[in-house]
Write a protein that binds this ligand. Structure first.
Ligand code: SF4
Ligand code: SF4
Length: 377
């Protein structure tokens, strides 16, 4: 395992962290706990969870593993990261009390001011005294480091980091969207923050399209997943790449990425960046933050379909994906019911034109159905 120093804390954390947000089997908690423990045994020492992840079971699963891991914590340290998105000090207090209990720990190493999507939201929560409450928790020894988790664009990240001395920051970044957050990543590095990356595999788009991301490979025998992780491990600004491990296969692949890591020189990094087609910047990362449509349009699923169009996937495969992967009936879809209410686009972590893309997919479905009808005549 490769270890890097987290910002100015002096803590050595594993270059790949355990993102406990997508266990394949979330009914059998023992299976998830075993996966967490396996990762710890293999040298991963940064474990990221949150209330609500995995139908609110993630902290419980990680806590089950920690019960075992606590036995060796003195000689083999590990670090726990969790979060609170609550808007008032009282609710934050309730959150941390629950997290500590569920995680079987006396303190949280990295506690995140969670899910900052707009600067207004940041200011509002700060004005409510939430950051003051975080400071109190730190004085009481219940948290060790105050961090922030955000989906802001690069320039806004810079402003926020200039406003409050967070110890570290958690943000989405991958070979798919790095231009979008470059300024923020630079700002984190320049101010000496720990920088933890979520969504390093573009929400699954990279492993699902290995041929399209082939350009990221720098070793002949590596997979795109290994190459994508190595690209991030190679970046000195990034402390931890957080992988959402669903099963042992995911864990093994990430461990191979670290074990087989060879430094990538600046010229090769430049070539990889140049190879990114321009339109790769604006792919949906499946973060789900927009998934609250009053018309019940399954926005992230439709955005995933749009990604597949952009990535050059064939029409028949896309229609099959809509039907069999996402369970959306072609003839009976509700995509035309968008009222342009304005709910979703401000929530989008990638600032994507959601309504326009929904309409694009709707038109594609209509045209496909017309073609099918014509064939039957
Ligand atoms: S703008 Fe359209 S897709 Fe977005 S939340 Fe409103 S109705 Fe739903
Ligand atoms: S459209 Fe935006 S907010 Fe919604 S899932 Fe995609 S990236 Fe996330």
């Amino acid at each position: 395992m490769i270890y890097k120093t987290y910002g100015q804390t002096g803590i050595e954390v594993s270059a790949v962290g355990f993102g406990a947000m997508r266990f394949d089997d979330n009914k059998n908690l023992d299976v998830g706990a075993e996966l967490v423990k396996n990762a710890y045994d293999k040298g991963i020492n940064y474990f990221d969870t949150a209330p609500l992840y995995v139908d609110d079971k993630s902290e419980i699963i990680v806590g089950m593993a920690i019960k075992e891991m606590n036995k060796t914590r003195a000689e083999k340290p590990f670090y726990v990261s969790t979060k609170s998105s609550k808007a008032t000090p009282g609710e934050v207090r309730e959150n941390i009390e629950s997290s500590l209990k569920r995680l079987n720990v006396d303190y949280i190493d990295f506690y995140h001011f969670w899910c900052i999507i707009t600067l207004e939201q940041y200011e509002e929560r700060k004005a409510n005294g939430v950051l003051k409450e975080f400071e109190k928790l730190k004085e009481e020894g219940l948290i060790k480091h105050i961090c922030v988790s955000t989906h802001l664009v690069g320039g806004d990240i810079e402003k926020m980091l200039g406003d409050y001395p967070f110890d570290g920051i958690l943000l989405g970044y991958s070979i798919m969207n790095f231009p979008y957050r470059e300024v923020g990543v630079d700002a984190a590095a320049k101010s000496g923050k720990g920088l933890v990356i979520m969504n390093p595999l573009g929400g699954g788009v990279i492993p699902q399209n290995p041929e399209l991301f082939d350009f990221v490979k720098t070793q002949s025998d590596e997979t795109v997943v290994e190459a994508s992780l190595r690209f991030l491990i190679n970046d000195p600004r990034i402390t931890v790449a957080l992988v959402g491990f669903g099963n042992q296969k995911h864990l093994d692949e990430a461990l191979r990425a670290v074990d087989g890591f060879k430094p990538i020189d600046g010229e090769t990094v430049g070539k990889i960046k140049d190879s990114l087609q321009e339109n790769f910047n604006d792919l949906c990362t499946s973060c789900q933050y927009c998934d609250d449509c009053p018309q019940d349009i399954a926005i992230p699923k439709i955005m995933d379909i749009y990604n597949h169009y952009k990535l050059g996937v064939g029409e028949k495969d896309i229609m099959e994906r809509l039907m069999w992967h996402w369970g959306i009936k072609l003839e009976d879809n509700n995509l035309g019911s968008c009222t342009h209410c304005g709910n979703c686009e401000p929530l989008c972590t990638q600032k994507l034109p959601i309504c326009e893309r929904i309409e694009f997919v709707k038109n594609k479905i209509d045209a496909y159905l017309e073609k099918q009808k014509a064939k039957q005549k």
